[in-house]
Design a protein around this ligand. Structure first.
Ligand SMILES: Cc1cc2nc3c(=O)[nH]c(=O)nc-3n(C[C@H](O)[C@H](O)[C@H](O)COP(=O)(O)OP(=O)(O)OC[C@H]3O[C@@H](n4cnc5c(N)ncnc54)[C@H](O)[C@@H]3O)c2cc1C
Length: 386
């Protein structure tokens, strides 16, 4: 058993940490206030190889391990924990789908995505279906050498900035999960419109809805085979959920580091706050839980690097990491006294941003259902697989 990163992973960790400290952290609050997606930095991240690091070299990526991808997500989130929500959707969920596309699709969309030149959106959720994603209504009908798409997607990360959307739609409504296919839909086509939301957090990455009205795309924009979309989405989630969890843990750990520095300096009743057990024990408890879940995240990524399943571990961390991280950041705010409640400190923003991770990529409940399926068997799930 080996618990340390390789030398090259340590170098990448150091480089991304420096980048996050110098280029992301100082602007974290401004991007939130101005609801501004930092496109320039995205290009820089692309040029440094921080987007889609695990995409194979033949498809233009670096062919790095999932563990290395996890390190990058974790370190970026130390500086800004809302931005990687979009960069890992791009570099993992969307890039992973585009890898199954035709050469034409890979040339047109995957290369610019990895370079940080093109922002993609992953469009699965609909107004009437989220957890039960197979109940989607969006349709794709084949007409000669084209597909015609109709429907509405909702809650989509970065949709207002997205140049291209990866849209899941039914090609065979009677076939349940096996009737779902995935398509590339460029933003500038007739019939494509978007509407943004006012969210609690992650404001730099504006979420919103995508409307498709008789949108015609070439048949070559189908990803993989018809009917394989849902399976590809779920395979992507198995890893993306773990990356998302590292993006929750990381800002909580930074908050705890800042809080330890604060309580060592701040004096009450003639002693540093850190000497009171009521102050130090919550910090220790949060550090213990977060360290345990962080290790489980890396074990899950390691399993995937070995070509083994990580569904159980991904489900386990997905319910624990954002919950534990939110609890930790909340206590860090309280341990800063009234200062913690101001916008002068990044704590309130981190709390708003990390809360999103409890819902995105599947809620706690659906994550526990995944674990239940893995440990007890599919026949004990509360619903039937269609
Ligand atoms: C910040 C953020 C970013 C997002 N980004 C994207 C994106 O980029 N692309 C995309 O497609 N979607 C995105 N989503 C949507 C997200 O995937 C869905 O919100 C999520 O899957 C839950 O679906 P829902 O909102 O429809 O809730 P519902 O499915 O209506 O669930 C409501 C509640 O009921 C619970 N519930 C549902 N079924 C069960 C069950 N069987 N047992 C127990 N409890 C159950 C849920 O856990 C939840 O608490 C994002 C959401 C957020 C908040």
């Amino acid at each position: 058993m080996e618990f340390s990163f390789s030398n090259s992973q340590k170098m990448i960790q150091k480089e991304v940490r420096r980048f996050a400290q110098e280029e992301l952290a100082p602007q974290y609050s401004r991007w939130d206030r101005e609801k501004q997606y930092p496109r320039e930095l995205l290009r820089k991240m692309g040029s440094l190889g921080f987007i889609g690091t695990s995409v194979s070299q033949e498809n233009g990526g670096l062919g790095e391990s999932y563990i290395t991808e996890g390190i990058i997500c974790e370190e970026i989130a130390r500086g800004d924990c809302s931005l990687p929500m979009a960069t890992h959707v791009a570099g993992h969920l969307c890039a992973g789908l585009l890898e199954h596309g035709s050469q034409e699709v890979r040339d047109a969309f995957l290369a610019p995505l990895l370079a940080g030149e093109m922002i993609p959106a992953f469009c699965l959720t609909e107004p009437g279906s989220g957890t039960d994603a197979v109940a989607m209504q969006t349709s794709a009908e084949k007409k000669g050498a084209a597909y015609i798409l109709n429907g509405e997607k909702s809650g989509i990360t970065a949709i207002m900035d997205a140049d291209v959307s990866l849209v899941f739609a039914k090609t065979d409504p009677a076939a349940g999960a096996k009737g779902v296919s995935c398509f590339v839909v460029p933003r500038n086509l007739p019939g494509v419109t978007m509407q943004g939301y006012e969210d609690l957090g992650c404001n730099a990455v504006v979420r919103g809805s995508l409307f498709l009205e008789n949108v015609e795309i070439p048949a070559s924009y189908l990803i993989g085979e018809e009917g394989t979309g849902f399976k590809m989405a779920m395979r992507g989630f198995d890893i993306s959920r773990i990356l998302l969890c590292l993006e929750a843990i990381s800002p909580a750990l930074v908050s705890l580091e800042e809080t330890m520095a604060h309580v060592k300096k701040r004096v009450a009743f003639g002693r540093p706050l850190a000497t009171f057990e009521g102050v130090s024990f919550p910090i220790v408890e949060h550090l213990s839980l977060l360290e345990a879940v962080r290790l489980l995240c890396y074990k899950a990524l390691w399993l995937r690097d070995q070509g083994r399943s990580s569904s159980k571990e991904a489900g386990m961390v997905k319910w624990m990491a954002p919950r534990f991280a939110t609890n930790a950041i909340r206590d860090c705010m309280l341990l800063h006294g009234h200062y913690g409640y101001t916008k002068e400190y990044p704590l309130e923003q981190r709390l708003r941003d990390v809360l999103a991770i409890e819902i995105a990529d599947g809620t706690s409940q659906v994550s526990k259902l995944v674990v239940q399926r893995e440990v007890m068997g599919r026949e004990f799930l509360p619903y039937n697989y269609r």
